[in-house]
Design a protein around this ligand. Structure first.
Ligand code: BDP
Length: 626
């Protein structure tokens, strides 16, 4: 969000890098999957819940709430998982709560998981915001910092200790943001006792979305055999009509005698096979993975079955969907399978009524249907990693993804120190580890609009450079002027005729010209837009009306169309749908820059964009004539 008076040119700069080579394996984060050797048990539904409203928010730890059922240590309410807890009740203190909240429930673990010593049982949380501690039957099994990404713990030996008892899972989650968290924030105590009650504090943030909290994605128990496939990495290429998959598999828990890799096509027919923990698969008459609207058969996925046979142990099997495609960037183009790709897409949020940021299949499927209706071929996961199921949908439908980490609102100079850098690196590592094999993911976004106006600090760019194999770098405005040495693609966010020169649509072309001339790299207009209150009309257009939103988009589109054949490689509207923000004088119950309402009903701009995107698809994509 912009504050009037800040300097337009410095608003931007979140910079991207395109995939490099296969990651070194270092503990996997494969999506849990059922197979003949693995089982999955979802723990979604109603959990017991209590927010720790004590002044120091520490009562739960002082009284060891994890040692017993929460119902035994005080009052609880029902809380759905997955969901943000903020909008579930009528209580404004829970909506705006900062600090620890506690969840627990009991689970009946299948007897065979307990009796069979060869079964490994893992507890996995798809994501919880922001800091989580997990106990099983009162014993701590893991803690994790950061929302939006999964974490897990093996609990096999714990559940075998008291095999006849139900297993009690307790999760404490704290949404406090500090200078070192991602996104950062600060807690400010108001010490003036004449104006504020004792202990009064606020959570300051510098990003424009509600800081939803709670357990946002599924909690699962899943099993693997004792010796198990822990991680798989693939990298794909092709020459003429032969595809190549380079793979690497890591097995944990013991010695694996043999690893068989078998590749099947979409119809289940055998394509290629190999043995060993690393190697290559040649795919004759390859069917490439293509984006939606670029090919008549987008999102083609092979299935790579990894089968391990361990000495004196049950084997394991994991099947990874693999799309064969290449990504390259030239000085002026973004190439997918050596063909120029033009991003016509959206920025999104994981956000909806009641659930907040909680995972919700109906919403996800509705959003995909709307995106396809619009003619969208890509989106950015603004401003944090989205659920894995969403990326799986993108793989299948051929929707291209710019995968963003939660590096948003990095504005305070104290958030540029080593502690923040280390955490940022860990988060990037977790993100890449989780998402590296999705063909839909073509770029990593390191940060959204960090304070690039601050003096260059080469120490942190150096450290980022050392992470392998993906080179992801934030650079400053000053670096940019020297030519942006680390960057493949520049993404610019701008709000001309909105935050600056309000109402002056006539100046948009000139401002855009100036910007684009400056950056000698392929450029994506990664945000542009205007708030529109649905149903508000005015002609000639005025700000906040549907007419103004349309007119503003149109004035940008005119410039995009002039630049499209030069270095301009894409446009992503801000935003796909209206979304909730913190309360403040710049927002009337949330950000209204959606082209759909928060309930996914179209504003006039949705029709304008639909017309444009389908025209673009016909001009820039590879649609076959009907
Ligand atoms: C951009 C931010 C985005 C905001 C948007 C806005 O990246 O998160 O929601 O401004 O103000 O600068 O609508």
């Amino acid at each position: 969000m912009s504050v009037p008076g800040s300097f337009a040119v410095l608003r931007v700069l979140w910079l991207l890098s395109v995939f490099g080579t296969v990651l070194p394996l270092d503990g996997g984060m494969l999506f849990p999957q059922e197979s003949s050797f693995r089982e999955v048990k979802e723990l979604n539904g109603l959990w017991d819940f209590r927010a720790d409203g004590s002044p120091n928010r520490n009562e739960g730890f002082e009284k060891a709430w994890h040692k017993r059922r929460l119902t035994e240590s005080g009052p609880v309410i029902e809380m759905p998982v997955p969901a943000s807890y903020n909008d579930i009740t009528q209580d404004p203190t829970l909506r705006d709560f900062i600090g620890w909240v506690w969840y627990d429930r009991e689970v009946a673990v299948p007897a065979r998981w307990i009796s069979n010593e060869g079964t490994r049982v893992v507890l996995r949380v798809g994501s919880a915001h922001y800091y989580s501690i997990v106990w099983v039957n009162g014993e701590k099994v893991t803690e994790h910092e950061g929302g939006h990404l999964p974490f897990e713990a093996e609990i096999s030996s714990l559940i075998r200790k008291e095999p006849t008892k139900p297993c009690r899972i307790t999760i404490a989650v704290n949404n406090t943001l500090t200078l070192e968290t991602l996104p950062p924030g600060t807690i400010q105590y108001m010490n003036d006792s004449s104006r504020y009650p004792d202990g009064f504090f606020v959570q300051n943030i510098h990003f424009d979305f509600f800081n939803y909290a709670g357990i946002h994605r599924s909690v699962l128990l899943y099993t693997t055999p004792k010796v198990y496939v822990d991680d798989i990495s693939v990298e794909t290429n092709f020459m003429d009509n032969t595809g190549l998959i380079r793979y690497k598999v890591s097995v944990q828990g013991g010695f694996s005698n043999t690893l068989n890799i078998t590749l099947m096509d979409k119809d289940g027919h055998f394509v290629a096979s190999s043995n060993g923990s690393s190697g290559g698969l040649r795919v004759v008459d390859v069917k490439l993975w293509w984006p939606y609207l670029m090919h008549e058969n987008p999102g083609y996925l092979y299935s790579m079955k990894v089968r391990q046979h361990a000495h004196r142990h049950v084997g394991d099997e994991y099947t990874l969907p693999v799309g064969i495609r290449t990504i390259n960037v030239t000085n002026t183009q973004f190439l997918i399978n050596n063909k120029p790709f033009y991003f016509h897409g959206v920025n999104k949020h994981e956000d909806s009524d009641i659930r907040g940021r909680g995972f919700d299949w109906p919403l996800i499927v509705k959003d995909f249907n709307l995106m396809k209706w619009l003619g969208v071929n890509s989106f950015r996961t603004s401003h944090y990693p989205y659920a894995e199921e969403i990326l799986q949908m993108c793989d299948c439908h051929g929707i291209v993804v710019i995968d963003e980490c939660p590096g948003v609102g990095i504005k305070d100079i104290r958030s540029f120190r080593n502690a923040s850098l280390s955490h940022h690196l860990v988060v990037m590592d977790e993100l890449v580890r989780r998402d590296k094999n999705h063909p839909s993911v073509v770029m990593w976004s390191v940060a959204n609009e960090p304070a690039s106006e601050m003096p260059p600090d080469f120490e942190h760019t150096k450290a980022l450079d050392q992470t392998r194999p993906v080179t992801y770098v934030t650079i400053t405005e000053a670096d940019m002027d020297k030519g942006g040495p680390y960057v493949d693609v520049v993404c610019v966010n701008s709000y001309f005729a909105w935050y600056f020169d309000q109402g002056r649509l006539d100046i948009v072309p000139l401002h855009l010209e100036n910007w684009y001339r400056k950056y000698q790299r392929p450029i994506i207009q990664s945000e542009y837009g205007a708030d529109a209150v649905p149903g508000l009309h005015m002609d000639p257009p005025m700000m906040f009306t549907e007419e103004y939103q349309n007119a503003l988009l149109q004035s940008y589109h005119d410039v995009f169309d002039q630049k499209r054949n030069q270095y301009f490689i894409g446009e992503l509207i801000w935003n796909f749908a209206d979304f909730m923000t913190a309360q403040g004088i710049y927002r009337v119950v949330g950000n209204k820059k959606g082209i759909f309402t928060r309930q996914r009903q179209p504003k006039a701009a949705a029709f304008l964009l639909r017309k444009r995107y389908w025209r673009l698809a016909n001009e820039t994509g590879r649609l076959l004539p009907d």
